[in-house]
Design a protein around this ligand. Sequence first.
Ligand code: M6R
Length: 612
Amino acid sequence: MCGIVGYIGNNLCKSYILKGLERLEYRGYDSAGFACLDTDTYRINHQKAEGQLINLINKLSDQAIDSHLGIGHTRWATHGKISEENAHPQLSCHKKVAVVHNGIIENHLDIRSNLEAKGHTFLSQTDSEVVAHLGEIISNKTTKDDVINIVTSLQGAYACLLMSSDCPETLIAIRKGSPLCIGLGHEQIIVASDPFAFAGQTNQVLFLPDQSFALISKNIVEVYDFSGHTLDVPISQVDITWQDDEKLGYKHIMLKEIYEQKNAIQATLSNCKQLDLTLWDQLGLTAQRVENLRSLALIGCGTSWHAGRIAQFFFEMICKVPTRVVLASEFRYAPFFHEENTLYCGISQSGETADTLECLRLLNTLDVPTMALTNVESSTMVRETGGFLLTKAGQEIAVASTKAFSTQLVALYWLAHRIALQKKYITMESMDRAHDDLLITAEILENSIEHYRIVIEEKLAPYYAQFKRFIFLGRHIGYPFAMEAALKLKEISYIFSQCYPAGELKHGPIALLDNDTPVILFSSLDERVYPKILSNAQEVKARNAHLVAFVFEGQDELQQLADCVFVFPKVHPLLAPLAMTGLMQYWVYSIANVLGCAIDKPRNLAKSVTVE
Ligand code: M6R
């Protein structure tokens, strides 16, 4: 994880780097740091601060350090505790070289002990510091061979930026695994983990290929592979905008994003519809391939995995394609059995999550069809998979995923129908109905928040914020949705939340029920499932536990059993989770708000997880 930014050009590196770091803070906010070259003394000046970027900005505000060459970093700690020594930039002996790094140097202990034996002194516990010490070979005559020397020593996945006081006109960028891109401006170049860092400054972007490095001066970028061959990398035009006024009057970005869902769903749906003629092409498929599709594998992490788990019901019930949903971090190292006519789809808001990306890369080497469902068009997954489908949630900034989740459900529901149409399992009329059902459900998602907003804010959130643990239950399509609700609560409120399939309660977890552990139950509109949910609710009440139920109109018995109910208008049974999404998120958000948690940047987390 971590966000890195580098600048070479005019004497403005501080402002460009801090602006870039602000936009990359979603990648980690344990500490931040900045270094630049003082061209009078030819020394590297640096400053670091624990905690969020604002602490660094405050420290730098009264310091006149700036120059034509600099680097910056925002950290998500992997090796070494959160402290100023472990913040980046990391420096070599005598502070000749400064490095910012995103990734993990797996053999750092070996390198470190070799260097220590040669007299190098290490000041941090990070794996990254070794790169700074290895960088001491950089001189004013630095060539690609010096960089090859450095990368030959390194194992792991990394994106690094190096600057040396001996080589004042060059910024060195190295990429293996972790992302790195170069924004080409007029007489200035900005390098960053993600093009958001320089959105608005330039849209001319050179995406550094995997296992390559660049020697960058003010006007020239030379790119080489790790064997030293020159690479001719095309310049892409990336039109992305950055919304600076993030909260737009809401107390938290997460709250704003909860309220953006209706529009995001409409935008996602119209994007899907617009694609109709080019859809299979964009997905890297053909109509024939879709007709022959025999199975699907959905791959993701966290919330995206939950969306996949819900979508499994869409694909199996609507287009009758057997579907398995795998956690990317587990799939990557499990045995792989090739199945003909299987499509592998990575689901990822960011399109950068290392676990998911590495699975897709592995699948690409096996020559099986891959696609990505992602929210970021400029992401690595879009570039590296056989095809892609975009959710149009707009920039999702809060660490807890909200609108990305609902738009993933929408895109996957629509795709399941589109495949069913291609296979001639449904008519165009059903396809149109699915579209309308999604729009109706989006209305319900938003209206239900408004309906319960005041009672949640004034009464329910303060009451539930007193509890130290919760149990979440769901069945069928409601089970992965309950997992998502439990994840959301633990992520932003730090309250222990455990989720079980409701039917499993009696097989063990029921022993946990007591007066201090509220049970949150999500109902179903499936006629076979609802009676079973009702029995599970009765089991909970028979043990005197406190029951909160998310139910649908007409489910009177369940409503009467529960201590607290949220009632939703009926929707298509497969869209029950989508209907309940907004209110579930708002309820969880409100509890965390009462507790005064850092909702948009919860402790220990980062928005984009770019290490395995
Ligand atoms: O960008 P991705 O969708 O690949 O991210 C996957 C997870 O890291 C992410 O969904 C995470 O679980 C969220 N913070 C949940 O709110």
